[in-house]
Design a protein around this ligand. Structure first.
Ligand code: C2E
Ligand code: CA
Ligand code: CA
Length: 564
């Protein structure tokens, strides 16, 4: 018998099941903790069992199998005293089979379809523990690497803590290491483990003296149940410093989510789920270390939730409206209408007119944005045709493409269909793609964009200057227009830092041989500066806010008039 405490070797178990999917599922659940053998029928299984007679800790046994079924295995094992030591857990979907298997000596059941992984792991651990006749409680409730609790009993201990200390107010705190996979990759797993241990030790020092408890949930996620504090800044600073103190040059960065809402009326699981949500929302936001789930956060979540619920109906009832904002060419003496940008609005039956800033990020996070986008594209393409038919003037419209659209295998077909249906040329439907999409996954985006350009589409890189393109990368990007990020235009004054940025963008554009669109232009002064600096196209409140299609017609009629 293997010695257990401090024993690192995994116990060996065998899964006997004819269905590969079941073997795989159990394998995934158990492989971290156990050395798992597999057999596809009773005969092969028995062979392995005899081969590992001294080291096998458990048999997981399916009943219905070809060649030799589970009942036959049970009978054979019962008849052989040398195999009595090894406990058998039966895998079954049939309630009726349970009694028969019990009589044949099965120790426990796992029902099919399989329970939650934790349940299965807990059962397997318990049966082995019983069969070995010793308590494994300590080992089972502690995380081996850090010595903190693991999730299994953690919530129960949280509840107990509150029960025994009726006056304590506790908060749920989640601490997570940013891009931990990168830490592992760059410095190696051993180093990663050291970082985790350091963090765990710091967590212990910080909260245990006041009665808090902590667990390591998985990988690099830690749960802290601690006494309420005024602010979590200090704790965050301490943990960040400690984790970087003894491991040189790793620049480990943390993020923290804190749920201060709910108190003991809400189950710890819920409070930690909320803290985790707050923590996850910090992904990619490096300037902010702590996110608090409070009433305001909660209300916002509920609001999002209701937006999601309203979505389908909004689409069906055409609550999404497309507004158009003119872009003017300012190269000549007089500004000339060059094109328009289509911008979506949501006329919500209860909330009134909702701006895209409020719902686009939400719909981007779950892919629904694709449906909104496609709706806007269709409306825009049809609008170009309508204006041409009704007013005798063709005006290109630029549409916004989201990140998810770039991964849609049907993107190209959808756009080409729109051209065909409305008898448009590709250069009449301009495509705006935000710079940050390029920097996320340059290779895919470049492929997609190249293919679109081969069909004649013109690509505008939106929000240029907000992402992190390098000059090197820019020179290889297939783009037709740079659309300067609005932040450069705002507060631009001659000789100011922003103005130098504008000049820099214009220089880059010249180097790339593409024109620049400046958006967010509000004043005459800005127009003058941009024109002198060599910017060719301007969009902004100076000319017009985004307006509905009917209102936009006046710009078209003006242009027509000027051409007479
Ligand atoms: P964007 O593509 O950068 O669009 C420009 C935003 O600047 C628009 O905000 C526009 O109304 C606003 N704007 C234009 N001129 C001025 C100005 O002079 N001053 C100021 N302060 N703002 C100005 P809007 O319409 O609220 O749209 C916000 C963002 O939502 C857009 O930024 C775009 O990223 C996204 N969006 C809008 N419509 C769609 C759509 O149909 N699909 C997708 N995927 N995103 C969209
Ligand atoms: Ca845009
Ligand atoms: Ca923009």
């Amino acid at each position: 018998m293997p010695v257990l405490d401090g024993e690192k070797a995994k116990r060996r178990v065998i899964v006997i099941d004819d269905q590969e999917i079941n073997r795989e599922l159990l394998g995934m659940i158990l492989e971290d903790d156990y050395d798992v053998l597999y057999a596809e029928n009773g005969e092969v299984g028995l062979h392995f069992i005899r081969e590992n007679i001294n080291t096998l800790s458990l048999v997981l046994l399916d009943l219905v199998m070809p060649v030799m079924d589970g009942f036959a295995v049970l009978e054979t094992m019962r008849a052989d005293p040398s195999l009595h030591r090894i406990p058998i857990v039966v895998l079954t979907a049939e309630k009726s089979a349970e009694l028969k298997s019990l009589k044949l000596g099965a120790a426990d059941f796992i029902t099919k379809p399989f329970d939650a992984p934790e349940v299965i792991r807990a059962r397997v651990a318990r049966i082995i523990e019983l069969s070995e006749g010793r308590s494994l409680i300590r080992a089972a409730e502690r995380d081996e690497l850090t010595g903190l609790f693991n999730e299994r009993f953690f919530y129960e201990y949280c509840q107990r803590l509150e029960r025994y200390n009726p006056n304590w107010e506790m908060d749920a705190v989640v601490v997570d290491i940013r891009r931990f996979n990168l830490v592992n990759e760059v410095h190696g797993r051993e180093f990663g483990n050291k970082v985790l241990q350091q963090l765990a030790a710091s967590i212990k020092r910080s909260i245990e003296h006041e009665g808090g408890i902590a667990c390591r949930l998985e990988a690099d996620t830690f749960f802290l149940f601690c006494r309420k504090r005024e602010s979590y800044e200090e704790l965050f600073e301490t943990l960040s410093e400690d984790v970087n103190r003894e491991v040189d040059n790793a620049h480990v960065r943390l993020r923290m989510g804190v749920c201060i809402m709910g108190g003991r009326e809400v189950a710890p699981e819920r409070r930690f789920a909320r803290a985790k949500l707050a923590c996850n929302r910090l992904r990619g936001k490096y300037s902010k270390g702590i996110n608090v789930y409070d009433q305001e956060f909660h209300d916002k979540e509920m609001h999002y939730e209701s937006f999601l619920n309203d979505f389908q109906r909004a689409l069906e009832e055409k609550q999404f409206l497309v507004f158009y904002q003119p872009k003017y060419n300012i190269e000549g003496d007089k500004p000339v209408l060059a094109s328009a940008e289509a911008l979506v609005r949501w006329r919500h039956p209860e909330c009134g007119m909702v701006s895209p800033g409020e719902f686009i990020p939400l719909f981007e996070s779950n892919g629904l944005i694709q449906l909104v986008d496609y709706y806007v594209w269709r409306e825009s393409a049809a609008q170009i045709r309508r204006w041409r038919e009704e007013l005798g003037i063709t005006i290109p419209i630029s549409i916004n493409l989201s990140r998810v659209d770039m991964y849609d295998p049907e993107l190209e077909n959808k756009l080409l269909d729109l051209l065909r249906e409305n008898d448009l040329k590709p250069e009449e439907l301009l495509l705006e793609i935000t710079e940050s999409a390029y920097t996320d996954d340059a290779r895919t985006i470049i492929e997609v964009v190249e293919s679109l350009r081969n069909h004649g589409f013109k690509i505008e890189m939106d929000d240029f200057g907000s992402g992190y393109s390098s000059l090197n990368m820019l020179s290889t990007l297939p783009i037709d227009v740079l659309k300067m990020d609005m932040k450069f235009i705002q507060n631009v004054r001659e000789g100011s830092k922003n103005f130098r940025m504008v000049e820099l963008v214009l220089d880059i554009a010249e180097y790339l041989g593409v024109p620049v669109v400046a958006e967010g232009v509000e004043t005459e002064e800005q127009v003058r500066l941009l024109k002198n600096a060599g910017c060719s196209i301007i969009q902004g409140y100076y000319f017009s806010k985004p307006v509905d299609a009917k209102t936009f017609e006046k710009f078209l009629l003006e242009k027509k008039e000027a051409h007479k």
